[in-house]
Design a protein around this ligand. Structure first.
Ligand code: PLP
Length: 392
């Protein structure tokens, strides 16, 4: 390790809150699917900053858009009009549900907006104590609203009391979901593919049950596309490969290509729920982040790129499935969970892979999660499969 790395580690130890356990690498540069550490070592990145750098690190079009905007206007506030925000809202709405957009600075905040929309929509239907229903295993973020909708973390009593009005049912249990939706339900909030809990695809049956149950009582179906959206699964939005059309989706992560931005995107039903004073954010929708997102969408919202994601996905899945030690391969597109056979420690495998120059993530003790940039090439897929095979 370089002295630079040791110094950084010492500063971290002394000054940062201990909320993250970091791997012992200090990344200093990235290009496409490649990262370099402070000592000049090269890594193949199959994590993309947790599904953020989907267009690859430092994509030249995104870099140009950001640099040009930084030199023109960095911030003006939401008290005034700015063109990149308006154009991005148009692009997001036209490519999905056709309603209105609220911009945020992160995924958590995008969900916070969706929760507000759901609760206010419910109050408009005369519901005094609105409820939001989710599946076990969901992850929606760490603000108190998003946390309450994240069942495993909401049980952390040390952070309590939690926001009331949230309940969960077993994952993919369509009957339990139907039974949980009733007169007090404001919304069903689901991830189309559960990412943080280990890449588990929400079944079409469960999504259809959610849609029908919401329609019966007038509740909103909200899909959190923060990890699965923006082309990750081989369509611009993950819901587009399912039988349902939600009322609201939330996006973040890959939307800004590395710039922090989130969006709550509605269909017509929920478009006008929030009115002046109901919600806001100083930085959200700022010119630099929205200019970056427009450049990202120009790259990702492209049928040829999305087709390629599906082709690469097939190659990656085939390669992984053939490896000794792999029990199952879950996911869609380039959002892949590799379930390992009993007795194989995914954390140890992940650490070995990092040492050998492949960046992956381990969301649970039996699973390696792969989220490569969507611009990865087939030789990089082959290399990653080879390295995983060796590590297992
Ligand atoms: N929703 C999903 C599905 C996520 O995967 C995440 C982050 O991993 C979030 C919400 C929270 O997003 P952020 O960390 O940008 O607040």
């Amino acid at each position: 390790m370089s002295a630079g790395f040791e110094q950084t580690r010492a500063l971290e130890e002394r000054y940062l809150m201990r909320t993250y356990k970091r791997a012992p690498v200090d990344f200093v540069r990235g290009e496409g699917a490649i990262l370099w550490d402070a000592e000049g070592r090269e890594y193949l990145d199959f994590l993309s900053g947790i599904s953020v750098c989907s267009v690859g690190h430092c994509h030249p079009d995104v870099v140009t858009a950001v640099c040009e905007q930084v030199g023109r206007l960095m911030h003006a506030s939401n008290l005034f009009y700015t063109e990149p925000m308006a154009r991005l809202a148009q692009r997001l709405s036209d490519s999905s549900l056709g309603g209105r957009v609220f911009f945020a600075n992160s995924g958590t905040e995008a969900n916070e907006c969706a929760i507000k929309v759901a609760r206010k929509h419910a109050h408009g239907r005369g519901i005094a104590a609105p409820e939001i229903v989710s599946f076990e295993g969901e992850f929606h973020g760490r603000s108190y609203g998003a946390l309450a909708a994240t069942p495993a973390m909401a049980r952390n009593e040390a952070l309590g009391p939690m926001l009331p009005g949230f309940r969960s049912v077993p994952f993919n249990d369509a009957e339990a979901l139907r039974a949980a939706v009733g007169e007090s339900t404001a919304a069903v909030l689901l991830e189309p593919i559960q990412g943080e809990s280990g890449v588990f695809v929400t079944s079409d049956e469960a999504l259809s049950a959610a849609r029908e149950a919401c329609d019966e009582v007038g509740a909103l179906l909200i899909l959190d596309e923060i990890q699965a959206g923006m082309g990750r699964t081989g369509s611009l939005w993950a819901y587009q490969q399912t039988p349902v059309r939600p009322d609201v989706i939330t996006a973040a992560k890959a939307l800004g290509g590395g710039m922090p931005i989130g969006a709550c995107i509605t269909g017509p039903e929920a478009a006008d729920v929030l009115q002046p004073g109901d919600h806001g954010s100083t930085f959200a929708g700022g010119p630099v982040a929205t200019a970056a997102a427009l450049a990202v969408l120009e790259i990702v919202d492209d049928p040829a790129l999305l087709r390629r994601v599906r082709e690469l996905s097939a190659a990656l899945r085939d390669g992984l499935t053939a490896l000794a030690g792999v029990r199952e391969v879950r996911g869609r597109g380039l959002m892949i969970g590799v379930g390992l056979e009993e007795g194989i420690d995914a954390a140890a495998a992940g650490a070995t892979l990092l040492e050998r120059g492949l960046v992956v993530n381990v969301p649970r003790p039996d699973t390696i999660r792969l989220l490569p940039p969507l611009v990865v090439d087939s030789s990089q897929i082959e290399r990653a499969v080879g390295l995983i095979g060796e590590a297992l």
